[in-house]
Design a protein around this ligand. Structure first.
Ligand SMILES: [Ca+2]
Length: 153
């Protein structure tokens, strides 16, 4: 192999490495963008205890996502939480992200919007609903929205 072909081979290898590196970086970013971060649950009241209102039941682990385990698209609460810098703010608390007539704070057991992650305030109220899924599912407000449960069951 002469010098010129070695150089060409090196350049091709280098270019392939650069493409592979860019693809890996892009894929990592995409995964981070759509996957939930379990630590975010501690930033909202009752973040580990939001029940799944769909027939499949259980706990909705990723409250800000349409998928209960956290992959994929953010739900309306997820977008509002993101807009709030992933912090439980009074304005986020007073929003009704899923347009079901109940504030996010009411649904997450903080109706007075006084809870903060580090305040030591222990909620005495349980989450009453899901701030990103319109409930009750069969109410007139919800039947006009995306049927979240149909994608799960
Ligand atoms: Ca609501």
């Amino acid at each position: 192999m002469n010098y010129e072909s070695m150089l060409w081979s090196f350049n091709l290898d280098h270019q392939i490495q650069m493409v592979v590196t860019k693809v890996l970086i892009f894929m990592s970013s995409a995964v981070l963008a759509v996957n939930c971060f379990p630590s975010l649950r501690a930033r909202i009241p009752n973040g580990n205890h939001v029940r799944n209102p769909c027939p499949s039941g259980g706990v909705w682990e990723a409250v800000g996502h349409f998928d209960p385990i956290g992959w994929g698209e953010l739900n309306p609460f997820g977008y509002d939480f993101q807009s709030a810098g992933f912090q439980w703010t009074e304005s986020l608390c007073r929003l009704d992200s899923d347009s079901d007539g109940m504030t996010n704070g009411f649904e997450l057991g903080d109706p007075t919007c006084t809870w903060t992650p580090n305040s030591g305030i222990h909620l005495i109220l349980n989450a009453t609903g899901h701030p990103g899924v319109c409930e009750p599912l069969q109410s007139h407000l919800c039947t006009e929205q995306i049927d979240v449960c149909s994608t799960l069951d």
